[in-house]
Ligand binder design. Structure first.
Ligand SMILES: Cc1cc2nc3c(=O)[nH]c(=O)nc-3n(C[C@H](O)[C@H](O)[C@H](O)COP(=O)(O)OP(=O)(O)OC[C@H]3O[C@@H](n4cnc5c(N)ncnc54)[C@H](O)[C@@H]3O)c2cc1C
Ligand code: FES
Length: 280
């Protein structure tokens, strides 16, 4: 991060990928305009950063790339002013980025353990970063079995389709894709909601850590399933997406009781969340 945490770094849009049939999800691959910014931007899976467009504003987004990858990637859903302005960008455009911010998934304490990754909708971004990191040949042996349950409304809404097709063939990860409804999909997947598919897959909780990211309704129904499978609150980690302004623990926009999602999170253990007011 730059010495002034409010000062964005200039970034060049290298590639824009439309992710879904509704065309309201786009992935942006960004490169650094300044070499000193590139070397100073050190991040770990689970962190986020703010993207800014001059004259429009800025908003936080989870980093979807893994630290070893040559570009910094974000997948953005078009919902309001900043995201609409981002969606209008073409390769070559210059935008601002400030970060990395927040904490990351607990990959250090997960070493030697199995990982259960559960995600729904476009929140899959930071878990995509996590999987891409874990599947590096020099990293993968440090972890046990990796099971991932990832769901979307329809097959057309699943992100990073080419990459997950490769993961489906990989012996290094057991991937379970599901969609709310199959429709005319040609790509074979399970029909069902993420918590139900998690129940069917039933990964063992023994010596395992669960990483969960998704919309609030998915988080609400996923935790009882994990608990029934034997996951204790300290084995479950969730990433939250509270509204934010400063991103560095100054403005009080994102807090849950005494904790700031931007500074103390966005990743919290379920055990930690049990001590906080249910404002998430
Ligand atoms: C840590 C973190 C990571 C995020 N990662 C991503 C990501 O990878 N991709 C992505 O597309 N978005 C992500 N978001 C959400 C994104 O920051 C917001 O949607 C942002 O408000 C969009 O800015 P905007 O100006 O386009 O929309 P706005 O004009 O701010 O909002 C448009 C609409 O969305 C609603 N809204 C905005 N933010 C939220 C929220 N957090 N919860 C519920 N409703 C909201 C507003 O009330 C409004 O109705 C993340 C948020 C956080 C805090
Ligand atoms: S966004 Fe300002 S304190 Fe978290």
């Amino acid at each position: 991060m730059t010495a002034n945490p409010y000062l964005p770094m200039p970034m060049r849009v290298e590639k824009v990928t439309v992710e879904n049939e509704a065309r309201d999800l786009k992935t942006f691959d960004l490169s650094f305009c300044q070499e000193s910014d590139r070397t100073g931007f050190v991040y770990t899976p689970g962190q986020f950063a703010f993207l800014s467009i001059p004259g429009v504003g800025e908003a936080p987004f989870g980093i979807a790339s893994a630290p070893h990858e040559p570009v910094v990637r974000y997948t953005v859903k078009r919902v309001g002013s900043v995201t609409t302005a981002l969606h209008e960008l073409e390769p070559g455009a210059i935008i601002g980025m400030r970060g990395p911010l927040g904490n990351s998934y607990p990959l250090d304490i997960a070493k030697g353990k199995d990982l259960v990754i559960v995600s729904g909708g476009f929140s899959f971004t930071t878990l995509r970063s996590t999987i891409a990191h874990l599947l590096r040949p020099e990293i993968r042996p440090s972890y046990g079995k990796i099971t991932c349950i990832y769901g979307a409304r329809t097959a057309g809404e699943l992100l990073y389709k080419d990459e997950i097709r490769n993961w489906e063939k990989s012996p290094d990860i057991s991937l379970h894709l599901c969609v709310d409804r199959l429709g005319n999909d040609t790509w074979p997947k399970t029909e069902g909601l993420v918590p139900n598919v998690l129940k069917q897959v039933a990964p063992s909780a023994e010596n395992a850590i669960a990483l969960v990211c998704g919309p609030p309704i998915m988080l609400k129904f996923t935790h009882p399933v994990l608990a029934a499978l034997g996951f204790r609150p300290e084995q479950v980690f969730l990433s939250l997406e509270n509204r934010m302004k400063c991103g560095i623990g100054k403005c009080g926009r994102c807090n849950i009781g005494p904790k700031y999602v931007c500074r103390d999170g966005p990743v919290f253990s379920y055990q930690e969340l049990l001590t906080l007011p249910p404002d998430y």
